[in-house]
Design a protein around this ligand. Structure first.
Ligand code: DQA
Length: 142
């Protein structure tokens, strides 16, 4: 089974970006973790990251058209992008929302997600392990 792991803005800077909040794992390390976890689970995982909203929306359309499950960290778009949410609503397979940090311990503006209501489930605050957990759930439910 093919699975997309899609990461939004600033996540390409993992490792360098606010390490006290996001940890020292780089995006390349995260991608490797997702691909190797996927292999163990019999999933063909493709990891993509973008700082451009339209690009993410295009990938979500691709997932919708091909029935591909998605693990999504929409980063800051999570909190306000109705366009990303509308693209998520069109998905035809599973959607797991992931956040590396515990957004509920942080600023008020991070405490609402426009994505959660259209996701199957949400994993928050478990660091990059959240991605591996999300992939395990996807493997059991597709
Ligand atoms: C994040 C949390 C968001 O509030 C923030 O804008 C991010 C990353 C997380 O993974 O913890 O960029 O989605």
């Amino acid at each position: 089974t093919r699975v997309f792991v899609l990461n939004g803005p600033n996540l390409g800077r993992l490792g360098a970006r606010e390490p006290l909040i996001y940890g020292s794992t780089t995006h390349a390390d995260l991608a490797e973790l997702c691909v190797s976890t996927g292999k163990e689970l019999g999933l063909d995982v493709e990891v993509r990251q973008t700082d451009t909203e339209g690009e993410l929306i295009g990938w979500l359309h691709e997932a919708a058209d091909q029935g591909i499950p998605v693990v999504l960290n929409a980063a800051a778009w999570t909190h306000y992008s109705i366009a990303v949410r509308d693209a998520c609503s069109q998905l035809t397979s599973k959607l797991v929302e992931v956040h590396i940090s515990n957004v509920h311990k942080r600023e008020e503006f991070r405490q609402h997600s426009v994505i959660s209501a259209v996701a199957d489930g949400v994993i928050i605050g478990l660091g990059v392990d959240g991605y591996a957990l999300a992939l395990r759930w996807v493997a059991d439910h597709v």
